[in-house]
Write a protein that binds this ligand. Structure first.
Ligand code: CA
Length: 535
């Protein structure tokens, strides 16, 4: 028989356990929806010359429900390095993944591992781009390398197999299935849904092939930029729509009768067929029905010069935005799943992408540069009960900050050696006085695909200073007067004071982040150790 005091004790224990349980339940779930190469200016909620096209109603809805970061930047504008920074909360030179050809050390500290330690369950589906089997995840399925748009192979804990379907839908299917059927309902979760789209080579879902078919997209104001007032690197790259974008490989124009299928294997690997051969007969039929008549009209028109550039831009930007449309629909489906499972009130939903992209801006495609179009990352986040609906934040934030943000959301300790800043105060609407005044950038992949030289630099809210250190070339831009970065002011005597001040800020950042990787790497290694990549 229980005494009164022991039953009171038991009742108190029960209350305490309930409090622990309910506070644990209050820790938010985190749904991280991440795409590849999706520039902010291809999102309706962001500003820019594509705003009237608006392929992203679901991302816009997320922005209306939460907070949009207007000044969100990457640290190194290519696929693998951006993902490595997110995993570790450390710059490339600290996490060891500087180039797309590198292999990520999965034994190092990552934020999903730290979330697991405090009781989160974690999963990742889609593009990892870090090589090796992911660690720190309770369940996962990743694309090998870049992954393919149609019927992709995927690597599972028990091996690799082909999955039928369109990649964006396939990845979403895995995530929805995990949320509905595989997840333990007694633990908070962190789920990463990482799309290949809209990465090169831009292949839309069959249901989107006719999107924008009967209209011209607006052109970027800098489509015919000749980089006359930039430093020499901008004139010596290989990412021009005019000279470098391939009609067949990049744009799927059928150059020979035979439906894009060259005879030799070597030529196939460098052609559209490399990606098209994954399609089923039915998929190929729908693809040819959509593009066949457009290709015939193109061949008949015999376009040249600027008209040809304009045509290539239209084909490219339309395919890019069609791929974006698929990603936007994925976000919509995931949000709907959260609602169906009644998880939407306690789940942080994030939409972002690994870097920005040139959608014909400056006449280019691809990324890599510290110029704003590829430096910027979209970052839109809803945290029910914390972020105020429809707010826009102007603080300087980076992918470097995500790990610490997620750890703070989960009530996990933040390791001393992480280099970012938790965004939680900003998400609460605070404006910390000691917030960073400049972000640091360092790109390493040269010589390599697209030939963008190594450079590091700082971007403040007003100015940008960068150094192409292999060639001792500097650039300085006043982003208020020259948002398109057309006029390098580095040699301008009237700017000397500002340049000196910004240079001191840059040196301080390099010291704070402990980055001397530019001087540690010898020129011979640049030539021999950097594997060309398709990133
Ligand atoms: Ca990317």
């Amino acid at each position: 028989m229980k005494t009164k005091s022991s039953s009171t004790f038991l009742a108190l224990v029960a209350v305490a356990l309930h409090l622990v349980a309910s506070s644990a339940e209050k820790r938010p779930n985190i749904l991280f929806v991440f795409s590849d190469d999706h520039a902010p200016h291809a999102i309706g909620a962001y500003e820019g010359w594509l705003k009237s096209v608006n392929p992203t109603p679901n991302i816009d809805k997320l922005a209306a429900q939460g907070m949009l970061f207007e000044n969100s930047f990457c640290t190194n504008s290519i696929c693998g390095p951006s993902r490595a920074v997110i995993q570790t909360g450390k710059h490339s030179h600290k996490n060891g993944f500087m180039n797309n050809g590198n292999t990520f050390d999965w034994n190092q500290q990552t934020f999903p591992k730290l979330l697991q330690k405090v009781g989160y369950q974690t999963a990742i589906y889609g593009k990892s781009h870090l090589r090796g089997n992911p660690k720190g995840f309770d369940d996962w399925a990743v694309l090998p390398g870049q992954g393919l748009y149609y019927n992709p192979d995927m690597i599972f804990p028990d091996g690799k197999r082909r999955v039928e379907g369109y990649c964006t839908d396939v990845v979403t299917d895995f995530a929805v299935d995990w949320l509905k059927n595989k997840r333990k309902t007694n633990k908070p979760f962190m789920l990463m849904v990482q799309h290949k789209a809209p990465h090169r080579n831009w292949m839309p879902a069959l249901r989107h092939l006719d999107l924008y078919a009967n209209k011209d997209l607006p052109e970027p104001p800098t489509l015919f930029d000749k980089w006359e007032d930039n430093a020499p690197p901008a004139r010596n790259q290989e990412l021009e729509i005019d000279r470098h974008m391939d009609l067949n490989y990049d744009l799927f124009v059928d150059l020979t009768p035979g439906y894009n299928q060259p005879a030799s294997q070597k030529r196939q690997d460098r052609s559209a067929w490399h990606n098209m051969k994954r399609m089923t007969e039915e998929q190929l039929k729908a693809w040819r029905a959509a593009y066949g008549p457009r290709d015939a009209a193109f061949h008949k028109s015999k376009l040249k010069g600027k008209d040809l550039v304009r045509w290539k831009f239209q084909r490219y930007a339309k395919n890019y935005l069609r791929c974006v449309k698929g990603v936007d629909e994925s976000l919509g489906r995931l949000q709907k799943t959260l609602e169906e499972l009644k998880l939407d009130d306690n789940t942080v939903v994030i939409y972002c992408s690994d870097q920005g992209f040139y959608i014909g801006d400056h006449g280019w495609y691809d990324k890599r540069w510290m110029y704003d179009e590829s430096l910027k990352m979209p970052f839109v986040i809803k945290w029910p009960g914390v972020t105020k609906s429809g707010t826009r934040d102007k603080h300087l934030v980076q992918n470097l900050d995500y790990a610490e943000t997620f750890l703070e959301m989960a009530g996990a300790p933040i390791p001393e050696d992480m280099q970012g800043k938790s965004l939680v105060p900003l998400l609460k609407g605070e404006s910390p006085k000691d917030w960073r005044k400049g972000i640091y950038y360092h790109y390493y992949e040269y010589p390599s695909v697209h030939m963008v030289p190594r450079h590091y630099g700082i971007r403040t809210s007003r100015y940008k200073l960068m150094k192409f250190y292999q060639f001792d070339e500097w650039e300085f831009y006043d982003l208020k007067k020259d948002p398109d970065e057309l006029k390098n002011l580095y040699g301008d005597a009237t700017q000397a004071t500002k340049i000196k001040r910004t240079k001191a800020q840059l040196e301080k950042l390099r010291k704070d982040y402990d980055d001397d990787s530019d001087v540690k790497v010898m020129p011979k290694e640049w030539q021999n150790r950097v594997r060309p990549s398709k990133g």
